[in-house]
Every structure is written in C-alpha cells, then in structure tokens.
Design a protein around this ligand. Structure first.
Ligand code: MG
Length: 157
C-alpha cells in the first residue's frame, strides 16, 4: 500500500507555573500545561499520528516519560526525530490536519507562527483548527486541553 493514514490524540492538564507551549510557540496565559516534557500536546498528537501511520507504535514507546533524558525536552525536537524515522522507512508526509480543543486562551492569533515552527523542523502542509468545548467537560472547566491530529503518508521510494 502506498498511502497510510494515522490518528493521534493527546491531552494535558493545566498547571500554574508552567508555560503553555503548542507547536513550539509559547502562548501567553496564566497557566501552562503539566508534563514530563514541555507538554506540547499539539506536537505529541502529531507525533502519535505519524508513528501510527508508519506502524511504529506510539510516543511513549520511543520517548518514555520515565526517562530523565526527556525531562523538559522540547517536543518540536522529538517531532523532528519522528519525521526522520518516518522518512527512513521511505514515507513522505502528504498533509496533517489538527484540531485543538481548548476553551481559553484563543489560539487564532498564534496559528500562523505555529505553522512556521512546524515547517522549521520539516513538517509542511499542516492545517490547525481551534475549537472550544462549549463549556462542557474537563476542557470547558478549564482543567486542560485536548488535541487530535490526522496524518497522511505516501510511499516515496
Ligand atoms: Mg503528551
């Protein structure tokens, strides 16, 4: 099969005293996201979608959150590494579509910078959509965010 699809999902809890980083962009907010790495849930969802499409398991298999090597690591760097693994298997990325589910803060002003950051590690053709959860559930209560990503790969060689 010359094309493969992959789905990624991630969620992180808001935490005071942390930075809110999505796609490598620091977004001003009174709280950030808790996590072993920089907690960049958008990068994590894309990583899982890429790994899923390539049949390479998941983010926790490659970058365990028990490994001190990944403490506070920049997730953009992990994404770059995963892109290398995917390309090593002969695949190119056709496109990526992402939905960020977060009631606050508003993401629209940062989306073009986020796409530039992803392009800087070699990930082109990314579409980023921001949705609220209409006040419902953990997102609506401001406890955290969720991100979904879908990726299409094509076999190049
Ligand atoms: Mg994560």
């Amino acid at each position: 099969m010359s094309i493969r699809v992959g789905l990624g999902y991630d969620s992180h809890r808001f935490s005071p005293g942390r930075k809110l980083i999505l796609a490598g962009v620091e977004i001003p907010h009174d709280r950030g996201l808790a996590g072993h790495s920089d907690a960049d849930a958008l990068c994590h969802a894309i990583i899982d979608a890429l790994l899923g499409a390539a049949g390479l398991a998941d983010i926790g298999t490659h970058f365990p959150d028990t490994d001190p090597a990944y403490k506070d690591v920049r997730s953009l760097q992990l994404l770059e590494e995963v892109l290398r693994m995917v390309r090593h298997r002969g695949y190119g990325v056709v496109n990526v579509d992402v939905t960020v589910i977060m009631d606050m803060p508003k993401l629209a002003p940062y989306i073009s910078r986020m796409k530039e950051k992803l392009a800087s590690v070699g990930l082109q053709d990314v579409n980023i959509k921001a949705k609220t959860n209409e006040g419902m559930g953990f997102v609506g209560r401001g406890e955290g965010i969720a991100v979904m990503a879908v990726v299409l790969l094509n076999l190049i060689q």
